[in-house]
Design a protein around this ligand. Structure first.
Ligand SMILES: C[S@@+](CC[C@H](N)C(=O)[O-])C[C@H]1O[C@@H](n2cnc3c(N)ncnc32)[C@H](O)[C@@H]1O
Length: 218
């Protein structure tokens, strides 16, 4: 994603969204992407409102308090997560793109949610060993080829415990690349896994899905 495009999302938010109103910031980012629905150049790879509602419901159902996100982009899902968790709960969001981190930080600040979110500029695989406590929910939404290797790194680092929820986006659109990931999280000895069909963000007619996998053992 070009820096220019991310800058234009930030400008659009500042121009159209209500300051320190996270819902207004998300609606504004949605309207940026939807208004350009026929133009590929305005498409944004956010989780979007439809799959975002599934993510919100999942966090509420599992009462997740300590969340890790792989792939920040412009901070859309970070805002959605931070709006959903309690006031003392936290999100760590990782992305190696310095422009993503810079823009996401500013958009989150504008939404008034900086106190709940820590952004880390890094590839997930390089950051995982710096954490020492397990997470309640891990939102996997970064490089599709890294879903399985990074989940295994998280497991090996002891960051996935019994009842940790692994929520993976885009497993429908990229199903051809998910065979080994599905095999891993659908092993009934380790996870109870559910595939929920949905649509690609901002494109109502393109099939996508999320996979929600709850760890059964420590
Ligand atoms: C689909 S976007 C994330 C969208 C965001 N979660 C949302 O819904 O608003 C994917 C992001 O993953 C980042 N990414 C790519 N490789 C990564 C890696 N190895 N570790 C962490 N993030 C990575 C990209 O820079 C990009 O910003």
């Amino acid at each position: 994603m070009t820096n220019l495009k991310m800058e234009s999302v930030l400008d659009y938010v500042i121009k159209h969204a209500i300051h320190k109103n996270p819902k207004s910031v998300l609606d504004t980012i949605d309207s940026y992407a939807m208004n350009g629905s026929l133009e590929r150049k305005r498409f944004l790879m956010n989780v979007g409102p439809e799959k975002g509602a599934i993510l919100k419901d999942c966090i509420e159902t599992h009462k997740s308090k300590k969340i890790l996100e792989l792939g920040s982009f412009v901070g859309y899902s970070a805002i959605l997560i931070a709006m959903t968790i309690g006031k003392n709960d936290t999100l760590i969001s990782i992305d190696p793109d310095p422009n993503s981190i810079r823009i996401a930080t500013q958009i989150v600040e504008y939404a008034g949610l900086s106190n709940k979110i820590t952004f880390i500029e890094s590839r997930a695989e390089d950051a995982i060993n710096n954490f020492n406590l397990p997470f309640d929910l891990i939102f996997i939404d970064h490089a599709k080829k890294r879903y399985l290797p990074d989940l295994i790194l998280l497991e090996e680092a002891g960051l996935v415990k019994k009842d940790t929820v692994i929520f993976a986006d885009n497993v429908g659109l990229f199903r051809d690349q998910m065979t080994e990931y599905f095999k891993h999280v659908r092993d009934v000895n380790f996870y109870a896994s559910n595939n929920i069909e949905s649509n690609l963000e901002y494109r109502g007619n393109i099939y996508d899905a999320v996979e929600i996998s709850v760890r059964k053992i420590d």
